[in-house]
Design a protein around this ligand. Structure first.
Ligand code: KIV
Length: 257
């Protein structure tokens, strides 16, 4: 088994798994020093391309950003999202996963569950492709945002779904916006690590979108913690640059040949 996957699995019940998203080399280079997992998420669609959801991003755009991120990564486990409609059948899933891995040199792919596509995970893992699952609020399949696992019935459904994903060979699973108690039960029942986003401290690890924690995206739901307001800092620098260009303070002799 790949060492990075082994290390990831070994963290269960020992230490929390730190994960963040990246879409480019410079950010990845910083994250790599502090994260166990870096995800090239399809949130790229909203965060970077300004799309209204994740549905329009293509396999080749994901692959290009994956390659950029890979250029900044030395040690972290690098996972890339398979975009919507790129894994509708086992055949297309295999073709697209191979393409994403070949182009980006990522270690694994992540696919969202629609509660039926477990056979896709099996098809990929059977040929040695490492797969991370994703349940709960899955933006590729669920139209409206809603906290998941609120009722006993929903909790049971999510538990079964997570076990099917584990059985299909996934090495980990993202739990998105799942009620605290449900996330706790799933984490306890599975052997593979759970990575929470809006799913409480009970998960084995946590992931957030880097642009959200840096205050760059303008998207700050309850589950996001904004650690800094980079928007403000960047704006101040750009204002200063503009002023110095206009007043001829920049470039000075130090910036000239
Ligand atoms: O696309 C994404 O950013 C994700 C989240 C789980 C972080 O899938």
């Amino acid at each position: 088994m790949m060492k990075k996957i082994k290390d990831f699995l070994n963290k269960k019940n020992k230490s929390k798994i730190v994960c963040l998203t990246s879409f480019s080399k410079n950010i990845a280079n910083i994250l790599d020093r502090y994260c166990d997992v870096i995800l090239v998420g399809d949130s790229l669609a909203n965060v970077l391309y300004g799309m209204k959801n994740t549905h329009g991003i293509t396999v080749s755009t994901m692959a290009n950003h994956g390659a950029s991120v890979k250029a900044g990564v030395k040690k972290s486990l690098l996972v890339i999202d398979m975009p919507k409609n790129s894994y509708n059948t086992s055949r297309t899933a295999i073709k697209n996963a191979k393409f994403l891995i070949k182009k980006s040199k990522c270690d694994a792919v992540k696919i969202e569950s629609n509660s039926k596509n477990f056979h896709i995970i099996t098809a990929l893992t059977n040929i040695g492709i490492k797969v991370m699952g994703h349940i709960g609020y899955t933006p590729q399949f669920k139209k409206k945002f809603k906290i998941q696992g609120l009722t006993k019935r929903d909790e049971k459904k999510l538990l079964l779904e997570s076990k099917e994903i584990e059985k299909a060979g996934a090495f980990g699973i993202v739990l998105e916006c799942i009620k605290k108690e449900t996330a706790r039960k799933i984490t306890k029942e599975l052997k593979i690590p759970t990575i929470g986003i809006g799913s409480s401290v009970h998960c084995d690890g946590q992931i957030l979108v880097t642009e959200d924690i840096l205050g760059l995206s303008g998207f700050y739901p309850k589950f996001v913690k904004k650690y800094i307001n980079l928007n403000k800092i960047i704006e101040k620098s750009v204002q200063k640059y503009r002023k110095e260009v206009i007043t001829r303070k920049f470039p000075n002799k130090n910036n000239s040949y």
